[in-house]
Design a protein around this ligand. Structure first.
Ligand SMILES: [Fe+2]
Length: 227
C-alpha cells in the first residue's frame, strides 16, 4: 500500500512540528498497512529559495531516517506549487521523487493561470512526469483539460470518504487518469483513518492504483540512514 502524498518530514513544513510527530505519523501509517510513503514537503517557488528548500529537506529527512527503524520505505519528493516557467528552474528535477522523473505538482487554488499548460507541456518534453496533486480540489473541467494533455493525477483520501461527488473520482481512476492515492497527512489528528476509509470505498481500485503508482516509482530510491 502506497501513500503518494504525505507531510511527514520533521519541521519541513506545517505537516510535522518535529521528530516525535513524524514518528507517530509513521506508526499510524504502519498500523494502516502502508508500506511505502512519498514524503512531499511543500515547495513554493514564488517565495522559497530553491537551494534553501533542498537543504532543509535534506536536513529534515536525514533526521527522520536516522531515527525511524520501522519497515516503511520512505521516498523523498516534494509538493511543488506550480508556476508559469517552473521548467526553467535550474535543477528542477531534484523536486521529483528521488530516482524518478515523477513530480507531485500542486495547482493554484485561485484558479487557472494562463501559461500553466505550456509549462506542463515543456516539462513533459523535458522528460518529467508531473502528477497533479489532489485533483479533487479543483474545477473538474480544468482537471479534465489537463488530463487531455496527458497529465495524470493523485486523489486525496478525504473526499473519497465523504464527498458527495466522489463517483467522479472513480471514473477518473477507471479511465486511467488518476494514478495515485495520498493521505496528504498533516499532524496526527486524522492520521490514516481517512486513508483506510478511502481504500475501503475504492475496493479493488485501491490495488489498481497501487500498481499504477508502483509502476511510476519503480526506479525510486529509498531514503537510507546516514549514521
Ligand atoms: Fe499536501
Amino acid at each position: 500500500m502506497i501513500d503518494f502524498h504525505a507531510h511527514i518530514l520533521p519541521g519541513a513544513d506545517h505537516g510535522s512540528d518535529g521528530l516525535e510527530t513524524s514518528l507517530r505519523q509513521l506508526e499510524l501509517a504502519e498500523e494502516a498497512g502502508v508500506d511505502t510513503i512519498v514524503a512531499t514537503p511543500h515547495f513554493y517557488p514564488q517565495t522559497d529559495s530553491f537551494t534553501g528548500f533542498l537543504r532543509k529537506r535534506e536536513r529534515c529527512s536525514t533526521e527522520l531516517i536516522n531515527h525511524y527503524h520501522g519497515p516503511i520505505r520512505i521516498l523523498l519528493g516534494a509538493e511543488v506549487h506550480m508556476c508559469v516557467g517552473l521548467d526553467h528552474l535550474k535543477g528542477v528535477e531534484e523536486l521529483c521523487v528521488s530516482g524518478t522523473s515523477v513530480m507531485l505538482s500542486e495547482l493554484s487554488l485561485r484558479g487557472y493561470q494562463s501559461g500553466i499548460s505550456e509549462t506542463f507541456d515543456r516539462m513533459q518534453d523535458d522528460g518529467l512526469t508531473p502528477v497533479l496533486a489532489h485533483v479533487d480540489r479543483y474545477d473538474p473541467k480544468l482537471i479534465e483539460n489537463l488530463f487531455a494533455m496527458g497529465l495524470k493525477g493523485q486523489v486525496n483520501s478525504e473526499p473519497l470518504v465523504h464527498h458527495w461527488g466522489r463517483r467522479r473520482y472513480l471514473n477518473w481512476i477507471d479511465q486511467g487518469f488518476v494514478v495515485a492515492l495520498g493521505s496528504d497527512i498533516h499532524g496526527t489528528r486524522i492520521g490514516y483513518a481517512q486513508y483506510t476509509g478511502a481504500r475501503a470505498f475504492l475496493g479493488s481500485r485501491a490495488d489498481r492504483l497501487d500498481r499504477r503508482t508502483g509502476e511510476l516509482l519503480k526506479t525510486a530510491v529509498r531514503l537510507q540512514p546516514t549514521e
